[in-house]
Design a binder for this molecule. Sequence first.
Ligand code: ADP
Ligand code: MG
Length: 637
Amino acid sequence: MSSRHEFQAEVKQLLDLMIHSLYSHKEVFLRELVSNASDALDRRRFEGLTNEEVATDAELVIRLEPNRAERTLTIHDNGIGMSRDEVVENLGTIARSGTKEFVKAAKAAQDGGPDLIGQFGVGFYSSFMVADEVTVVTRRAGEERGTRWSSTADGSYEIGDADRDSAGTSIVLKLKEASEDEGLEDFADEYALRRVIKKYSDFVSYPIKMEVTRTRPGENEGDAPTIETNDEQLNSQTAIWARPKDEVTAEEHEQFYRHIAHDWSAPASHVSLRIEGTFEAQGLLYIPSQAPFDLYHPEMKRGIQLYVRRVFIMDEAKELAPSWLRFVKGVVDAQDLDLNVSREMLQQSRQIRAIRKQIVKKILDELQRLLKDEREKYTELWGHFGPVVKEGLLQGDEKDQGRILDITLAPSTKEASTTLAEYVERMPEGQEAIYYLVGPNLDAVKRSPHLEAFAAKGYEVLFFTDNIDEIWLERAPSFQEKKFVSIGHGEVDLDAGADETEKAEKEEARKSQEKELSGLLTKLRAHLQEDVKEVRLSTRLTSSPVCLVGDEGDMSPQLEKLMGQLGKEVPKVKRILELNPDHAVTSRLQTMFAENEGDDRLEDYAHLLYGQAVLAEGGQLPDPARFGNLVAKLMTT
Ligand code: ADP
Ligand code: MG
């Protein structure tokens, strides 16, 4: 006996949207139906544990049955099935909040916009995107009779009794004509089905099977072709994140990593994620061994995929990790999220926030472990990803920042690579700050004249050469209560720890030098006023005659360049030329100046000194030709 029923008003609206949408990912209907089947199998397995009538010996399986001639696609499962009441309840009314929200959002956006369905997914009703008529034949496990439900989405559905041999559900879709214009693939086609299952349902924990018929040409010419029909499994079913972590082999990790990351080199390391309690999530994260080519591209493909109960939801779940961990690849499978979760919902989800926190913690733990146990490997990884991780020193919270400083590596005047803790450990008595020098590359900073006084004093200086370095160092918190001090900025006071009389003596000597040389300094300043804002005596030089330093708080040339690259207007910052009072060049100039204040050579020498200071730090001369001429002139007089 069958009878006709009206859909609830909201279902009607939903079906209308579904049918008339120009949505391009119509394939998601299969994801929805497979996930419903998988849920039904879960329930059967679970209820079967305590209820013999529901239990079964048969293999729990999802089966696709396409029929090209009839243009149908049937999705079978031997799960829990539905009673007649359940069918009415589940397939005739909207109970799900996701669907309600979808209708609301779709109405607000007038014609919905093509991506709305993709964002929300919409469960069972999405079958009407690809089918004109949908028939459900189902039998509740433990019950004798089956139920048939069918609808052409015309505002009503028909319901009646049905014969069905065993418990489970079959959904028969009468497929619409395939049409490229409407983005409608032929879902009776074996390869389309294979592709869609692989994409969304590869890790569903039940086998998804399909009978596949192949025609092979006969062995010898003239032989009749042979026709073979085989059952094939379409999904790999191996959700390795759900398995006990010691059981997964390195080889399996490698394969899985390849599958999700499309990276042919093996990952450097993996981290498994397990959240239990008020909500559950599992995951598997990988630190690649190479940096992807687009690591600094604003549109870089992020690498953490979101699954909900083994069903693929989205590829780049940006909400799962901060951008300073954007190189991390992997999968997060959340138990309690709605399949229809949208990006907007992710941003507001407390669960996602909690997962993200765990991910940050776990990855930092792992990096720390690598630093401790596998220093060489870690050093290489830091080379690839350090510049990105350091972005966290600007974005992360205080705790993250502290942890990032703990794992930061840098070369120094003493070591090819050192941690900050090791640096502090080596600090000699009297050294109070962490000294660093920022520059465009290692060669330039290593040769920098700024280092001389520090070398003389036995103070180690750290080198930072990544674009991001100057920005975080400027705002750097302290490390183990030691402040970061740039040796290329401001005045340096290396005698802070020295005893008072010694300090006073030095101060005295400096004052008298300043007095003696003040005329010369004024003269040089006048000649170089276009290039520098000040010429003064240096306390940081021992063997070089000159160097350039930034004023306290001024931008360095690297930062200026970086801002320029970012398209930011930056006023040219003039720097300070420091002269070594004890250098022979200074004495020579002083003599020249004392003999004749108006000596023409003083102007040439001023420019030569400035050029030398620029070159010493790996910079570019403002006027190389002029510099060349001056050198030639010098050599010929
Ligand atoms: P959701 O899966 O989010 O609950 P759907 O629209 O996909 O929403 O499905 C609605 C309901 O219909 C499900 O909650 C379930 O109770 C029932 N249902 C759908 N497909 C099946 C199936 N294959 N076997 C048993 N019940 C099903
Ligand atoms: Mg569903």
